[in-house]
Design a protein around this ligand. Structure first.
Ligand SMILES: Nc1ncnc2c1ncn2[C@@H]1O[C@H](COP(=O)(O)OP(=O)(O)OP(=O)(O)O)[C@@H](O)[C@H]1O
Ligand SMILES: C[C@@](O)(CCOP(=O)(O)OP(=O)(O)O)CC(=O)O
Length: 322
């Protein structure tokens, strides 16, 4: 028997308050709540169809056959919920560089959760969809929602879920991603955050600080206060990266090109062009700015980077079926 083929689209999100560390690795319960902006330019389309003639899941990612145990493990969670033990054909296309700190795992598992659950006949609310997506990759919890979204830390599977803070977004806010390297990173976020939580002597301070950053950014969104949002997001990102430096062994996602972009942002700011930077588990930098500053920033960036390395994105929408 062949099930119905279901296709879902999920956009990536970039955290303004980062998730960096798990309290429960199996269930992916984070050590802190996080908050993000979903982006319209980067997304994943995934289709799922179960097929009784298959003896294992058949997965293609960007038209290439992949053998990824994480995907099968995730599909097993869906199969268990649906009580259907048939394997599936899964086709996924990333309109975002894979594994390069541009949150491909966020859009990937949000799209797979939505397409997979529906293909196996389970209808989930957005909250339950976010709990399911979380089991694939933590940041995917937030990609179920558009605009500003959050992931409530919680303490167990039930209480650790995503929710919308504001969608559509009222604030004029954009992100400019500078693609410095589109190769998969050497230390995955999963591995990196594990080293940090286990060895950084500053980890507890991070938890305290990031709880305050969450409240500050949440209030800034409500008050349409771009300056506080940008400043706090920049600080939060660097606080996260300082955990990587203070870990044993220490590691670093920031490279020489990232530093060059960071310095450009500081220079632009010094010249009255308000903008802020954030970075995830890879060297690419994302600049947070308002619409009237985009051309001044991209002009400056184009002194050093080519046009196809510079991607401007506004707020994106939440999960949808195609
Ligand atoms: N469309 C997809 N479907 C299923 N799995 C995917 C897809 N795209 C990426 N992945 C998987 O997601 C993982 C990449 O996630 P990883 O967390 O390392 O990087 P990232 O998401 O790009 O960056 P970040 O650390 O900022 O989240 C890899 O295991 C990759 O195979
Ligand atoms: C730096 C981050 O982008 C880390 C994201 O980590 P992942 O969600 O990729 O990790 P796993 O849950 O282990 O799959 C910050 C964030 O998105 O909040």
């Amino acid at each position: 028997m062949l099930g119905e083929k279901i296709t879902a689209r999920a956009h990536t999100n970039i955290a303004l308050v980062k998730y960096w560390g798990k309290e429960n690795e199996e269930l992916i319960i984070p050590a802190n709540s996080s908050l993000s902006l979903t982006l319209d330019e980067f997304y994943t389309d995934t289709s799922v169809q179960f097929d009784e003639s298959l003896s294992s899941d058949e997965v293609t990612l960007n038209d290439k056959v992949v053998d990824d145990k994480k995907i099968t493990k995730f599909m097993d969670i869906i199969r268990q919920k649906a009580n259907i033990h048939t394997f599936a054909r899964i086709e996924s296309t990333n309109h975002v560089p894979t594994s390069a700190g541009l949150a491909s795992s966020a859009s990937a598992y949000a799209a797979l959760a939505a397409a997979g659950s529906k293909a196996y006949g389970i209808n989930l609310s957005k909250k339950d969809l976010s709990r399911l997506a979380r089991r694939g990759s933590g940041s995917a919890t937030r990609s179920i929602f558009g605009g500003f979204a959050a992931w409530n830390k919680g303490t167990d599977d039930e209480s650790s879920y995503g929710y919308s803070i504001e969608d559509p977004v009222k604030m004029d806010v954009n992100m400019i991603a500078i693609i410095l390297d589109n190769q998969p990173k050497k230390i995955s976020s999963r591995k990196g955050m594990k080293i940090s939580i286990e060895t950084s002597p500053y980890y507890q301070s991070w938890i305290q600080q990031t709880t305050g950053d969450f409240q500050t950014i949440e209030a800034a969104i409500k008050e349409n206060d771009f300056t506080t949002l940008g400043k706090t997001a920049e600080l939060n990102a660097m606080r996260m990266h300082s955990l990587t430096l203070s870990s044993d062994p220490s590691y670093l996602y920031i490279n020489a090109d990232s530093l060059e972009v960071i310095n450009m942002v500081k220079e632009l700011r010094g010249n009255g062009i308000e903008c802020y930077y954030t970075m995830d588990a890879g060297p690419n930098v994302k600049i947070i700015c308002q619409s009237d500053k985009i051309s001044a920033i991209t002009d400056k960036l184009s002194d050093k980077f080519s046009n196809d390395q510079i991607k401007v994105s506004g707020p994106g929408e939440g999960i949808k079926y195609l």
